[in-house]
Design a protein around this ligand. Structure first.
Ligand code: SF4
Ligand code: SF4
Length: 186
């Protein structure tokens, strides 16, 4: 043991430093909150309860039933059931998420080519029954109405909407500038 270490031990320097820090905290604002009386808004990018995005033109779900979200989901908790419509279009009959199995990785949001599924800022969905956390298409659309109001749209736009800028060719990258003939470059 060096002389400095011995002096620090004898005069309880570390303990005094710790007590000084504790005392200094007596006069600062507490950081703890009395939840649920005091709530704080979710940070941008928070991954809360799922919602199916409504098509603003029709009011129906934007989802086209391609199933990419279900394919990429690592928890296998998304099920999409489709049938053929009158004009041979795909109709989404059922869209279900077992929220209890979800790990909130957001891969479903990232994989969706239509921006049709979102994770909302809503985090207060604890419940006593499994059924309450089984989300059907109707319930997911309700979530969109309830939790993605004006502020929610800003949240969705900032964090989840694929932006044109995200897919632009990076500057300096070599690009082929040939003619396009019948869908093929020539
Ligand atoms: S957030 Fe991840 S685990 Fe949850 S439904 Fe989407 S892909 Fe599946
Ligand atoms: S939410 Fe998106 S990825 Fe999933 S089935 Fe619908 S359109 Fe396809």
């Amino acid at each position: 043991m060096t002389l400095t270490e011995l002096i620090r031990k004898v005069f309880l320097v570390e303990i005094l430093k710790g007590m000084a820090l504790t005392l200094s905290r007596f006069f600062t604002r507490p950081v703890t909150r009395r939840y649920p009386k005091e709530k704080r808004p979710a940070e941008l990018g928070f991954r809360g309860l799922h919602a199916l995005v409504r098509n603003p033109a029709t009011g129906d779900a934007k989802c086209v039933g391609c199933g990419l979200c279900a394919a990429i989901c690592p928890s296998r908790c998304i099920n999409v059931y489709t049938s053929e419509g009158a004009e041979h279009q795909k109709v989404v009959d059922r869209y279900e998420i077992e929220v209890l199995r979800c790990v909130f990785c957001a891969l479903c949001v990232e994989a969706c080519p239509y921006g049709a599924i979102a994770l909302t800022p809503h985090y207060e969905y604890a419940d006593y029954s499994r059924e309450a956390l089984f989300m059907t298409k109707e319930r997911l659309l309700e979530n969109w109405d309830k939790y993605m109001g004006e502020e929610g749209m800003r949240y969705f736009d900032t964090c989840w909407n694929p932006k044109d800028a995200h897919f632009k060719t990076p500057g300096g990258q070599a690009m082929f500038k040939g003619r396009i003939i019948g869908g093929f470059s020539g």
